[in-house]
Every structure is written in structure tokens, then in C-alpha cells.
Design a protein around this ligand. Structure first.
Ligand SMILES: [Zn+2]
Ligand SMILES: [Zn+2]
Length: 140
């Protein structure tokens, strides 16, 4: 795989981001240093980086594909209010997977799950809607 300056900038941006950015967020991020770059180029490079196993793509159903710096197996939690994606560790040796495996027509090697809810930052925001308290940013 050839590493252009653009591809390196795109890879760096995804690797430094904990928010699972969309292609247009990556585009906004790298455009500051590479004003010539187009959204199409960003998207093409993101797909190629996924195919090369450098980053991962996360399908979120009704929204645009998100890109993930983590390529190891993990799950996601999506906030219904702010649409942020959070990483969730895959439960190991849990009753959940044991139960699941018994109902599968074969062995279980991996699974991909999306959990939904309202994140803490959004819950806080709802609690003190009128206050000017600075909102808490989720940590990586
Ligand atoms: Zn939220
Ligand atoms: Zn992730």
C-alpha cells in the first residue's frame, strides 16, 4: 500500500480521534493542513485503509459509516441523543455468549453488537437544562 501525504494525514486523524468520525468529519479535520483535498479522496482513502486493516468501519444503520481507530474486536454504544459512539469491551465467557452459542447453528467466533441509550453527558445536560454549567465531554 502506497502512503501518500494525504493518506498519512487521514490515518493520523482517525488514530487520534476517539469519537469514531464520519468521512466528512475526517475531511473537515484534514482540510486545515491539506486545503486541496476533496471529500471523495478522503472517502476513497478511508475505504482503502479499512481494506488494508489499518482502521475499521462501523455501520450505524441509519447514519453515515463511522471510522474506528480500534481494529480489535469490540462493541459499540450509541447515544440516541448526541449520536456519539462509545467503545464497549466484548463480554468474555459471560452467560450471554454461552447462552447465545447454544442457540447458534455452529460455533461462535465473533460478534458485533450495537447498544443504545442516553450517554452520561446528555443525561447531565437534561438534568440541568437551565444551568450554565459546562458540559462534561466523554473521555476516550
Ligand atoms: Zn449523548
Ligand atoms: Zn470502536
Amino acid at each position: 500500500m502506497r502512503y501518500s501525504k494525504q493518506r498519512t494525514a487521514i490515518l493520523d486523524f482517525v488514530r487520534e480521534s476517539c469519537s469514531h468520525p464520519t468521512a466528512s468529519e475526517v475531511y473537515d479535520g484534514v482540510r486545515t493542513n491539506l486545503p486541496q483535498i476533496s471529500l471523495g479522496t478522503v472517502y476513497r482513502n478511508l475505504i482503502q485503509l479499512c481494506e488494508a486493516g489499518m482502521i475499521a468501519a462501523v455501520e450505524v444503520g441509519d447514519g453515515p459509516t463511522r471510522f474506528d481507530r480500534r481494529i480489535d474486536e469490540h462493541q459499540h454504544y450509541r447515544c440516541r441523543s448526541c449520536n456519539k459512539l462509545f467503545d464497549v469491551e466484548t463480554p468474555r465467557n459471560s452467560l450471554f455468549t454461552a447462552d447465545l452459542e447454544s442457540s447458534l447453528p455452529g460455533t461462535l467466533e465473533a460478534y458485533s453488537a450495537m447498544f443504545y441509550g442516553i450517554c452520561e453527558a446528555c443525561q447531565d445536560r437534561k438534568d440541568d437544562m437551565d444551568s450554565t454549567r459546562e458540559r462534561k465531554e466523554p473521555s476516550c
